[in-house]
Design a protein around this ligand. Structure first.
Ligand SMILES: N[C@@H](CCC(=O)N[C@@H](CS)C(=O)NCC(=O)O)C(=O)O
Length: 289
């Protein structure tokens, strides 16, 4: 999706940042504490001294530049939340081609994370970001370490980015109001009938790769990752969210699969999904008006 897409209504967007920054108020004041402790307490020896409560480990936070209506961005936003990382999100809407952004990220793409350990300081491409964060924080649950299992997750993600996503983009971007890629019918000055034909052809082409995810990658398991969603599952479920804009009739297995991911990941999925769904509802309402 490029910068020319219209700014979505922000009403549907949840106030995730405000929620995330809410901390329980710790107002245990000296006044409220009973003053008996000093007398009553036995001498603290090494053996009897109660262990000081260990502070809960701070969750690693990641700096994420993102666009709310995008499923590429939703992927990383869901993953970060599900993995217990604290994403410090910056809305990059309208800024991806600013000189400052381009100086860091000449591809002007989001999602983009910033991390000191990265050779160039930033990383884009949703799947690469999830792989990096999973590797860095040992999140094997989402990205198995065993080479053969990991290869299946990688294969599913490459297949998605290289084959399924281009069909999804050609089928949905016109309805989403996102510009299409140069060289495609949708981007050309072809007659609207030709553009509509191309869009329909792309929508029809989705069924085959979709079935491959079902029959080959899931292979009878609830998720590509087995009993738990892997990063490939997060990537697939988020991608399928866009299909609602063209009222694509998802097969029953895909509907159940998306519901199962949302159930497993709870708020981690629902919160970023709300932004994408809100945008889709907004463009559909505009189209109907
Ligand atoms: N394959 C990339 C696609 C990223 C992408 O297309 N990002 C779009 C939003 S959906 C973007 O940031 N566009 C802004 C621009 O091109 O200026 C991924 O999975 O991260």
């Amino acid at each position: 999706m490029a910068k020319t897409a219209k700014k979505p209504a922000t009403k549907a967007a949840p106030k995730a940042a405000a929620k995330a920054s809410a901390r329980p108020a710790a107002k245990a004041t000296a006044k409220a504490a009973p003053k008996v402790a000093a007398k009553a307490a036995p001498k603290a020896t090494a053996k009897t001294a109660p262990k000081a409560k260990a502070k809960p480990a701070r969750k690693p936070s990641i700096k994420l530049s993102m666009l709310r209506p995008s499923v590429n961005n939703m992927t990383v936003r869901v993953f970060a939340r599900a993995a217990g990382l604290e994403p410090a999100e910056t809305d990059a809407w309208g800024h991806t081609r600013s000189p400052e952004f381009l100086a860091r990220n000449p591809a002007h793409l989001t999602p983009m994370i910033e991390d000191k350990g990265l050779p160039r300081g930033v990383l884009w491409e949703s799947c690469a970001i999830m792989q990096y964060l999973a590797n860095k924080h040992g999140l094997d649950k989402f990205y198995p370490k065993a080479p053969a299992k990991r290869a299946m997750v990688d294969s599913a993600m490459f297949y998605l980015i290289g084959t399924l996503y281009p069909y999804v983009a050609r089928a949905t971007y016109p309805a989403l109001g996102f510009p299409q890629y140069p060289g495609e019918v949708g981007h050309s000055d072809a007659h609207p009938d030709k553009k509509s034909e191309a869009q329909k052809a792309a929508a029809a082409a989705i069924a085959e790769p979709l079935e491959v995810f079902h029959s080959f990658f899931r292979d009878g398991k609830p998720f590509i990752g087995g009993n738990n969603p892997s990063i490939a599952d997060i990537r697939l479920a988020a991608t399928l969210e866009f299909l609602a804009v063209i009222d694509y009739a998802l097969p029953k297995w895909a509907q159940d699969y998306m519901a199962a991911i949302e159930k497993k990941l709870g708020k981690a999925y629902a919160e970023p999904a709300r932004d994408v769904r809100g945008y889709i509802a907004h463009v559909k309402a505009q189209a109907a008006a």
